[in-house]
Design a protein around this ligand. Sequence first.
Ligand code: FCB
Length: 468
Amino acid sequence: MSSRFPPRRSSDDGWNVIFPAGFVWGSATSAYQIEGATGEDGRGESIWDRFAKTPGRIRDGTSGDVACDHYHRWREDVALMKELGHRAYRFSVAWPRVVPQGRGAVNDKGLDFYSRLVDALLEAGIAPYVTLYHWDLPQALQDEGGWTHRATAKAFADYAFAVARRLGDRVVHWITHNEPWCASMLSHQLGEHAPGLRDGRAAVEASHHLLLSHGLAVPAIRAACPGAQIGITLNLSPAVPASSSAADAAAARRYDGWMNRWFLDPVFRGEYPADMVRGYTRKGWLPGDLGRLVLPGDMKAIAAPSDFLGVNYYNRAVVRSDRVAEEDNRPRSVVVDPGAEHTDIGWEVYPEGLLQTLLRVHLEYRPAKIFITENGASYSDGPDGHGRIADTRRVRFLRDHLVAAARAIDLGVPLAGYFAWSLLDNYEWSHGYAQRFGLTWVDYATQKRTPKDSALYFRKVIAENAVE
Ligand code: FCB
């Protein structure tokens, strides 16, 4: 592969750091994290509106009611992307803006907003990558059982069709779901995200219906938009045993099954991993008769041929066997290297994990194409006396992860693009506004946006199609 991209420059240890021609560069956001305007133009309530207002759920007690006020400032934000040299933008559509009650009447005003945004992006030379579900389920569907309820999958496919019919004349790239692990396990088993349940069985049911909804949405999007390129975004983490003991190795394997294989295997192989099916059945999270949850045809639908896989990569899990934690499938993550660096949200900085993840997915699952649909770091560095934001740790984070991405390409991974998380500091879910992942600083009192040093660094990378 490297012969196709002759090294003009190289990283410290001599690897190629030039990206292939046509590599897609951009940033990502999601609706609830940036839009605000939760009560405007007929938007319905989402499970995140409800969750964020439930006392005790969000660390700083805030909600996405205003967030980055992007719903009103989208023109300015598109201009910012253009100024920062971005060539693509991954954003999500809020289901409750488009179908306020989850199913039934479509709200044209909601679609109008995204239609205007798409036009502005295209005019600025920025390719839209649309995510259809980034966690903001209409509350009306939650009231019927949400993702634990099979009918939600069908409602999602109908919503996907409505969006694709309106935007499909201009949008080529579609992502059905963002991180179904978060929308099922983190939110139904661990209770940390909306709807905040702690119920393993509900989590597994939700995971199946989320995956099924992906499978039903793929043909629905293709029907509305024949040239569509469609994929799903998974958050993947390599699971590494904390020691050479057999118990730790087994724990790491289970963690990998819970986090990675439970989603990769159905999408690419049309089956759930047998070891996890056994484990979940033993726990009572799956019915003894699997056929009560997984109906004939479901697995074939889930494995509907797609055009790419989106990979969100943040960190790895170093796993130690622990009986108590194992009961809720939550093996402990331990830091092996006491010198390891962590970002402000407490996640280990581990760029090699991106290379490991990309190679593993390529070798074991063979997606036709991969996009890194999110990668980024929470650092709270703010403006100095001159208004400059010298976020040198984020610059280094970006650089090291981009070197890992370039290396993956050299090793044959069909990696086609990279989206930095995030364009803007924004509402970081249960952490509220305290965690800042943006390339751009947002002053929440004035809504002023200021590009950080990392944004300027990223602009240079994009312009040169190479890492310095
Ligand atoms: C991912 C989410 C994204 C953001 C980043 C930090 O799990 O997809 O919305 O919260 O983490």
